[in-house]
Ligand binder design. Structure first.
Ligand code: AP5
Length: 205
């Protein structure tokens, strides 16, 4: 299974990806996590990404496309993957299409999590409070100022992907305002229907 999770900051992409990998025996590929690891390790990519991420902007397409292309090659992604935070721009989506096509693979679905803006702000505030309580390092982009820039980047650069995947008949929109468990159940229900339709198309071919 190959999936994309689309949604603004705080929509629950990471939370749901984490829950779905266990059930479907696939890997979570989070460009945000990969970039944060690169920043922490002060790699060449990390040094280029650091200030952009801290300001709530988007890391250049060529960098993230390179990261994902390399990551998809690894053996653990052979059974399938959930892309969490990638693609985030139309050029990234086009690069992913080309990459999958070159391998004879297809995307099963792009799952959009819809959450209203006040809930997003509350969730990120709650995450910051939880991390502080646990003595964990808070993400430097989880301040109200940077969060509003991340939301603006989402609206300008990433939201057009909703139309992109809708045109390709790959878009599934889920109400992300439900509880975490309800969102997972709804995604699993839709995925089961997609897999069943695939199976029946294969049988009748
Ligand atoms: P990234 O790490 O991808 O961050 P993001 O998209 O801003 O998303 P978050 O991690 O904040 O939220 P999420 O949707 O995963 O929600 P979560 O599950 O954590 O990217 C960070 C930066 O890296 C970007 O700004 C950019 O600079 C760069 N970057 C990354 N990918 C890139 C790309 N492809 N191109 C260019 N640049 C890129 O949930 C949030 C909180 O809400 C949690 O506390 C959770 O417990 C809670 N929660 C979740 N679901 C629910 C629910 N249903 N009800 C109540 N609470 C909930």
């Amino acid at each position: 299974m190959r999936l994309i999770l689309l949604g603004p900051p705080g929509a629950g992409k990471g939370t749901q990806a984490h829950r779905l990998v266990e059930r479907h025996n696939i890997v979570q590929l989070s460009t945000g996590d990969m970039l944060r690891a690169a920043v922490a390790a002060e790699t060449e990519v990390g040094l280029k990404a650091k200030d952009i991420m801290a300001a709530g902007g988007l890391v250049p397409d060529d960098i993230v496309i390179g990261i994902i292309s390399d990551r998809i090659e690894l053996q653990d992604a052979a059974n399938g993957f959930i892309l969490d935070g990638f693609p985030r721009t139309v050029p990234q989506a086009e690069a992913l299409d080309a990459l999958l096509k070159s391998k004879g693979l297809h995307l099963d679905a792009a799952v959009e999590l819809r959450v209203n803006e006040s809930a997003l702000l509350q969730r990120v505030e709650a995450r910051v409070a939880q991390m502080m309580e646990r003595g964990e390092t808070v993400r430097i982009d989880d301040t109200p100022e940077v969060l509003s820039k991340r939301l603006a980047s989402y609206r300008t650069s990433t939201e057009p992907l909703v139309h992109y995947y809708s045109e390709k008949r790959k878009l599934v929109t889920i109400d992300g305002m439900m509880t975490i468990e309800e969102v997972t159940a709804e995604i699993n229900r839709v995925l089961a229907a997609i897999l069943a339709a695939d199976e029946s198309a294969k049988k009748s071919a």
